[in-house]
Design a protein. Sequence first.
Lengths: 115, 108
Amino acid sequence: DVKVTQSSRYLVKRTGEKVFLECVQDMDHENMFWYRQDPGLGLRLIYFSYDVKMKEKGDIPEGYSVSREKKERFSLILESASTNQTSMYLCASSLIPGQFNSPLHFGNGTRLTVT
Amino acid sequence: LAKTTQPISMDSYEGQEVNITCSHNNIATNDYITWYQQFPSQGPRFIIQGYKTKVTNEVASLFIPADRKSSTLSLPRVSLSDTAVYYCLSGGTDKLIFGTGTRLQVFP
């Protein structure tokens, strides 16, 4: 089974802090994704990557950046956290490069609170 | 831009068959339709995927009509453990778009 591991289940940060959310997958998947999930809004795509050092903006990239230095690791960065970034963050991976029909494998999420 | 629409919530009783329908406006030729299940405090889990007609696996069936403007997830004989949020997703070579999810509550 594919395992997608997010480094923290819960994080509390202060406004203006730089925040790193880490995600690692163990099945050599090409694609990795970051979503945020908010009540009433479902899952919204922040960024994705289909190769090392490649990144593409999703639907809501503002206020975020990403890093993919190694194939198995995809980091989400909040340069200056704000309260409207309080949310559940979900990382996912999928197998086939550039082919988004490939089923997604999700981590269990990081619940970030910005105070 | 593809967009999916599904009911906000549904109730059922143990042992019943549950059908959840999703509409897919502007679905593209290369898009597949995928359904996920999510329990509280967990990430979504892949259930089933299809392109057209009917797909069945050990968990569910997926019905997609010829025009592909909708899809129906069918859960046979649900149990309490099927209480979850179900998401439909359409996508292919373009960005994935999740629906807002259907909260299924199964009662004893």
